[in-house]
Ligand binder design. Structure first.
Ligand SMILES: [Zn+2]
Length: 131
C-alpha cells in the first residue's frame, strides 16, 4: 500500500534541491518502489540545454542504482498547476511497469491530478508486451 503522503512529501523535499537556474521551474519526483522504498530525484539543468535531466529520470536512475526495478507509483511536484511527465519520462517510467502517476501543484499542494502511466502513454514501447 502506497503511503501517498510520504511519497508526496519526498517529492516536495527533493524539489527544493532542484538545479534549475535557466528555467526556474523546479520539479521533484518520488518513486514508490515495489518493496515500499521511496526514491526521489529533482531536475538538473545544464547550460547546454538538451543535456538537462528531468526529475523523473533522475529518480529512476537513482532507484535503479540502488537495485530497484519495479515501481508502483510516482509523485511529481511542480508548477502552479500539476504537470504530467514529459513524453520521454513516460517511456522511461514504463520500462519499470505501469504505475500510478500523482501530479501535485507546487504552491500549496492543493491540486492533485491522478493518472495511470499507461493512460498517459498509450501504445508506449513496452517490453512486457513483447515477452
Ligand atoms: Zn521528462
Amino acid at each position: 500500500m502506497v503511503d501517498e503522503a510520504a511519497l508526496i512529501q519526498a517529492a516536495v523535499e527533493v524539489r527544493q534541491k532542484s538545479y534549475s537556474p535557466y528555467s526556474r521551474f523546479a520539479v521533484g519526483a518520488a518513486l514508490w518502489c515495489e518493496d515500499g522504498s521511496i526514491v526521489a530525484g529533482c531536475n538538473v539543468e545544464n547550460g547546454s540545454f538538451p543535456l538537462s535531466l528531468c526529475a523523473e529520470r533522475a529518480a529512476v536512475a537513482t532507484a535503479v542504482g540502488l537495485g530497484h526495478r519495479r515501481f508502483v507509483a510516482v509523485a511529481i511536484v511542480a508548477g502552479d498547476a500539476p504537470v504530467t511527465p514529459c513524453g520521454g519520462c513516460r517511456q522511461v517510467l514504463l520500462e519499470f511497469g505501469d504505475m500510478d502517476v500523482i501530479c501535485i501543484s507546487a504552491g500549496d499542494h492543493s491540486r492533485v491530478d491522478r493518472y495511470r502511466l499507461r493512460d498517459l502513454l498509450p501504445h508506449g514501447f513496452d517490453l512486457e508486451e513483447l515477452r
